[in-house]
Design a protein around this ligand. Structure first.
Ligand code: DAK
Length: 257
């Protein structure tokens, strides 16, 4: 892998995936996205990994798709490249994804963070969908996810003016989970990951799936889906273990079955 580094915290069941194209502010070129897709799908299949953290560096999570790579493309070139396939595969990762964001999270970088389930940001983080400034618009879910999360007025302003928002604003808008000093954003993401990794992996998977369902369906469909997953968990050993641990005042030991 040229643009992705993986650091496995075996004892915590966490994998830290770092976007590594620092000179270009982690601009998401096709190779980086394919490497990211391959990495995430492999980690999703690895039973020793329970939580995945995606991060960049202090200056940039990712400054967007690679403008230099896209500049001379036509509509049919873009269609043939079909980047959506790669993005869809990332979106389908079943394990919890935490984005640990510092610096720029712009365009595709902001969209990648929004695909993640939780976002921890450093005080220096800047979020934005500036595609309008280069004559295009968000293409990897930005107009949809941003609007659902922060509301139409704020999303319109960001998407139509390309303005960046600070980590503090992103927190107030409900786009992210927490803002911490720049020295601790990775530590904080690991702490959050550790808490989730201690839960039953099977319950975490179905819970993630169910929360996501709320995003793309009406309430009735979402409730039916949630109920099915809820019943299914009563077929797991982890449910027996979790409830027995509670009754016997001990820490549960979840095995994911
Ligand atoms: N693409 C390519 N190179 C980039 C880049 C980008 N998005 N962002 C930065 N770089 C490069 C710069 O060109 C520069 O390279 P050199 O000139 O040194 O060779 C280097 O990174 C450092 O950047 P700056 O010199 O500009 O650094 P500053 O600190 O002065 O400014 C900045 C930082 C983030 C404000 C600025 O670099 C900037 O405005 N960058 C562009 C931000 C942007 O417009 N992002 C949106 C891109 S469009 C799709 C999925 C996703 C997308 C589309 C389709 N499908 C699934 C089909 C997404 C589209 C986008 O994200």
């Amino acid at each position: 892998m040229e643009f992705i580094k993986v650091n496995r915290q075996h004892e915590l069941h966490i994998a830290l995936v770092e976007l590594n194209r620092p000179k270009e502010l982690n601009a998401l070129n096709l190779q980086l996205m394919q490497e990211l897709r391959d990495t995430l799908t492999a980690l999703d299949d690895d039973i020793n990994v329970r939580v995945i953290i995606i991060t960049g560096n202090q200056k940039a999570f990712a400054a967007g798709a690679d403008i230099k790579q896209m500049a001379d493309k036509g509509a049919i070139d873009m269609l043939k490249i079909d980047q959506f396939k790669t993005w869809d595969q990332i979106r389908k990762v079943q394990k919890p994804l935490i984005a640990a964001v510092s610096g720029f999270a712009l365009g595709g970088g902001c969209e990648l963070a929004m695909i993640c389930d939780l976002i921890i940001a450093s005080e220096t983080a800047r979020f934005g969908q500036p595609e309008i400034k280069i004559g295009v618009m968000p293409g990897a879910g930005g107009t949809q996810r941003l609007t659902k999360v922060i509301g139409k007025a704020r999303a319109m302003e960001m998407v139509l003016t390309g303005k960046f928002i600070s980590a503090e604003e992103a927190l107030n808008y409900g786009l992210i989970n927490k803002v911490v000093p720049v020295e601790s954003y990775l530590g904080e993401a690991l702490k959050l990951g550790k808490t989730i990794a201690e839960m039953s992996p099977i319950a975490v998977r179905l819970a993630k799936e169910s929360v996501n369902k709320a995003f793309d369906s009406d309430l009735d469909t979402g409730l039916q889906f949630e109920r099915k997953n809820f019943y299914m968990l009563f077929g797991s050993n982890d449910q027996k273990e979790g409830m027995d641990a509670f009754i016997n005042k001990r820490k549960p030991n979840f095995q994911g079955d």
